[in-house]
Design a protein around this ligand. Structure first.
Ligand SMILES: Cc1ncc(COP(=O)(O)O)c(C=O)c1O
Length: 480
């Protein structure tokens, strides 16, 4: 202990602080999965990972393309002649064909309604790296960005940890489907001013993680008006742009900028993108920072030396994304498959009375378990979450880890598993809810007959015991 303390004194504040957020419940759920991962035959009672926003539904299309295009890789007989040129290339501007292909892809994903200049495309190690780079470019330690809640938990790591920048919540509520309002933005801004914190920007994530919703034109316009009036930056994380699977369609902040060249100062607007979600390549670490501000582009490009995309990956992506027929087919097919998954899961849950926020994008949905909470507090939410992890054996993420202002919401990821695993997951959660209902009913009957007065403590024992376990003999398969 003493030894640890001394070691800590020898290290930097960043090395010894908790800013990474690794200890939050969001990551705890991943640990629970890691120590007991579900496998259909080797570990059928293990934890199913539903806390990972990965898009694995269309990998067959990618594989098919890779097989048909051997010259795209420098590690094939057909592509090896490029090996030397690619291996020695180290310009932090990136391969011109990569920047062109990415800019074109970003346009396509936005329905060809906007244009992107390849010279403004800056590479980064995923959107993670792009967010941090922007925070370094736009704010000094102690200054702040406003972020609507609930928001992606790792923004705390990405924007704050190493930069010393703060994130201040804009509280959004379920009463209007967590929509961002002018009033909420003003309240958060005023609060920062009262605390003498300088606000440097507004950080939006559209489509939203964790809500799975897209922002409408009026909201985007209002956000643009807000940042213009306050003369602060607008960072828009559009990493889920191509995951929209039904109406209303996605509207990029680029559209709002292009439509209102006189009203909005484009130099205040910056877009974060990546191929981690839309193509499902988080392992490739292809992050993009797109800014309308020349100074930001210049500075970010220099900073990109710390997180370049490897040239080998640039080469492959350039070829793949230049194949417009493939790209169109992929985007259409991927959103169709996401839609099917979403409908299968959310309809299966609504049949047993579990609602979720109406959404049409992302790789997850926002499940409403408020009525299952024993008390409407964060503690109540965490208690239910522990039952879901330990008894139901599903790693879903509690709303509190997304800074949600209301307890009882959980993010459920649905695109990182195969059809069979989805069926098992749905069955588990339906059984859990039905048994909770029947336990509650039985308890009610007993109460009314005044046979026993069951204390809450005792009720907990029943619910926490085998009755709720997905593996108990009472669990019957409800969904085939
Ligand atoms: C909203 C949002 N931004 C950024 C990221 C990080 O993405 P990347 O893998 O490109 O770093 C994620 C990943 O979950 C995300 O959901």
């Amino acid at each position: 202990m003493e030894h640890n303390k001394k070691q800590h004194q020898l290290l930097s504040r960043i090395a010894t602080n908790d800013g990474h957020g690794e200890n939050s419940p969001y990551f705890d759920g991943w640990k629970a999965y890691d120590s007991d991962p579900y496998h259909p035959t080797n570990n059928p009672n293990g934890v199913i990972q539903m806390g990972l926003a990965e898009n694995q539904l269309s990998f067959d299309l990618i594989q098919e393309w890779v097989v048909k295009n051997p010259t795209a890789s420098i590690c094939t007989a057909e592509g090896v002649s490029d090996f030397k040129d690619i291996a020695i290339f180290q310009d932090y501007h990136g391969l011109p064909k990569f920047r062109q292909a990415v800019a074109r892809f970003m346009e396509k994903v936005r329905g060809d309604k906007v244009s992107f200049d390849p010279d403004r495309i800056v590479m980064s190690g995923g959107a993670t790296g792009a967010q941090e780079t922007l925070a370094f470019c736009l704010a000094d330690p102690g200054e702040a960005f406003l972020v609507p809640t609930p928001y992606y938990p790792a923004f705390d790591r990405d924007l704050r940890w190493r930069t010393g920048v703060q994130l201040l919540p804009i509280v959004c509520e379920s009463s209007n489907d967590f929509k961002l309002t002018r009033e909420a933005m003003e309240t958060a801004y005023d609060k920062a001013q009262e605390s003498n914190i300088r606000v440097k920007g507004l950080l939006l994530n559209n489509p939203s993680n964790p809500l799975g919703t897209v922002m409408d034109r009026e909201t985007l316009q209002e956000a643009a008006n807000f940042i213009t009036e306050k003369n602060i930056h607008l960072v828009c994380d559009e990493i889920y742009a191509a995951t929209v699977f039904s109406q209303p369609g996605f509207i990029s902040i680029a559209e709002i900028v292009q439509e209102n060249p006189l009203k909005i100062n484009p130099e205040l607007v910056h877009i974060v993108y990546s191929l981690s979600k839309d193509l499902g390549f988080p392992g490739f670490r292809v992050g993009i920072l797109y800014s309308y501000n020349d100074s930001v582009v210049n500075c970010a490009r220099k900073m990109s030396s710390f997180g370049l995309v490897s040239t080998q990956t640039q080469q492959l992506i350039a070829s793949m994304l230049s194949d417009e027929i493939f790209v169109e087919k992929f985007i259409a097919e991927s959103s169709e498959r996401l839609s099917k998954r979403y409908n299968y899961f959310t309809r299966g849950l609504s049949q047993v009375g579990i609602g979720s926020l109406n959404s049409n994008a992302g790789l997850y949905f926002w499940m409403d378990l408020r009525r299952l909470l024993k008390e409407q507090t964060t503690d109540g939410e965490m208690e239910l979450w522990r039952v879901i992890i330990n008894e139901v054996k599903l790693n879903v993420s509690p709303g509190s880890s997304f800074h949600c202002s209301e307890p009882g919401w959980f993010r459920v990821c649905f695109a990182n598993m195969d059809d069979e695993t989805v069926r098992v997951a749905l069955r588990r959660i339906r059984n859990f809810v039905l048994q909770d209902k029947s336990a509650a009913k039985k308890q009610c009957r007993r109460r009314s007959k005044l046979e026993i007065s069951l204390s809450f403590r005792r009720r907990d024992d029943i619910i926490m015991g085998n009755v709720m376990s997905p593996h108990s003999p009472m669990s019957s398969p409800l969904v085939q």
